[in-house]
Design a binder for this molecule. Structure first.
Ligand SMILES: C[S@@+](CC[C@H](N)C(=O)[O-])C[C@H]1O[C@@H](n2cnc3c(N)ncnc32)[C@H](O)[C@@H]1O
Length: 212
């Protein structure tokens, strides 16, 4: 409980200081974590490579490691140094996380600069696309395509109706930006989406988009 409060406090502090990249007031709920890892939960017996983008304080990480085995490989990309320190501490000290420490590596850099040696079987992303300039969104969507194996699976989340709401309540250049990001995300989803899950038990309620 104290641990959870501590993570929420770190998250809230980062939200206040770095709203655009943090993208949320509090970490995602365990209900969202369970749904966003749904494709990973159905993995086969062969070793897999998993990438988590924007791990924050580890709301999804804790669920991802439940599905990992000793021959797998798990990379986490997180650009915020406070979150990286939290993740390092959790891998080092939490009994549920410690078994995955040997197969996991945290990379402190923006996803768009990440150059792994091989692509991934699963990508799970917590990046707040709606907050980014459209060029960056396009770069990140290209990264997902480049970093995923041809048969790979990816899941990301967005808050319900956030794109139409932001289009309604913004003006001028900001409205143009939101409109362009919305168009880029729609094009990506039209090309790739498999299913969408609704998660009401999250603040705010969210959709998980599952992609192939
Ligand atoms: C909405 S939070 C999600 C955190 C966590 N996955 C969760 O659901 O609670 C977005 C996270 O993405 C990280 N982030 C934002 N832009 C990024 C980028 N370009 N590359 C890597 N991480 C980024 C932020 O620092 C933050 O930790």
């Amino acid at each position: 409980m104290i641990q959870k409060l501590r993570e929420t406090a770190v998250f809230f502090r980062e939200f206040c200081g770095r709203f655009q990249t943090t993208g949320s007031i509090v970490p995602s709920s365990r209900f969202l974590a369970k749904r966003i890892t749904r494709q990973l939960a159905e993995r086969g017996p062969e070793p897999i490579r998993v990438l988590e983008c924007g791990a924050g304080t580890g709301a999804f990480t804790g669920q991802i490691i439940e599905y990992l085995r000793p021959q797998d490989r798990f990379d986490l990309v997180e650009m915020n140094d406070s979150f990286v320190r939290t993740l390092e501490r959790r891998f080092a000290t939490e009994p549920r996380w410690q078994p995955a420490q040997g197969i996991s590596q945290i990379h402190q850099l923006p996803l768009q600069e990440f150059q792994p040696a091989e692509p991934y079987d699963y990508i799970i992303s917590g990046l707040p696309h709606i907050n980014f300039p459209v060029q960056l969104v396009q770069e990140i969507l290209d990264c997902y395509t480049r970093l995923l194996k041809p048969q790979g699976k990816m899941s990301y989340f967005e808050y319900m109706y956030i794109r139409p709401i932001r289009k309604m309540v913004t003006f001028g250049q900001e409205r143009r930006r939101v409109h362009d990001v919305d168009a880029a995300m729609k094009a990506f989803l039209q090309q790739h989406r498999v299913t969408r899950d609704s998660i009401l038990l999250n603040f705010p309620p969210a959709w998980v988009q599952h992609i192939r």
